[in-house]
Design a protein around this ligand. Structure first.
Ligand SMILES: [Fe+2]
Ligand SMILES: [Fe+2]
Length: 126
């Protein structure tokens, strides 16, 4: 395997670990283990630092305007995919998934609007 492929896989694995550690930290908090929760949160932040470095090594981080434009495309896509997933969840009677796809779809829409604003502010400066 080429090193670039290994870096890509490592980036994905670090990114997954961030979410898992955050979710597990929340669970530990709910179960009344604040110290474990805070340790798991700390590990999540370490994994985030690893992911950040691997993202850079992969050339995923460009100048700010390009970064915002890239993420805008992703947010537009994410909003559409969440809306579609919400419909599927509803059709299959999975209420929790339906609710959460809907809620996160609204977050993606908010991200999209925020990025559009940032881009137009950057354009004004040009
Ligand atoms: Fe890591
Ligand atoms: Fe988003």
């Amino acid at each position: 395997m080429q090193i670039v492929e290994i870096i890509q896989k490592t980036f994905e694995s670090e990114s997954n670990d961030i979410a898992l550690y955050l979710a597990m930290s929340r669970k530990a908090e709910e179960e009344g283990h604040p110290e474990i929760a805070s340790y798991l949160l700390e590990v999540a932040m370490d994994e985030a630092q690893h992911a950040v470095k691997f993202a850079s090594l992969l050339g995923k981080v460009k100048d700010t305007k390009t970064n915002i434009a890239t993420m805008l495309v992703r947010e537009i896509q994410a909003e559409k995919e969440k809306a579609k997933a919400a419909k599927i969840a509803q059709a299959e009677g999975h209420e929790d998934a339906f609710q959460f796809f809907n809620r996160s779809m609204l977050d993606e829409r908010k991200h999209k609007a925020g990025l559009v604003q940032v881009l137009s502010r950057l354009d004004e400066k040009d």
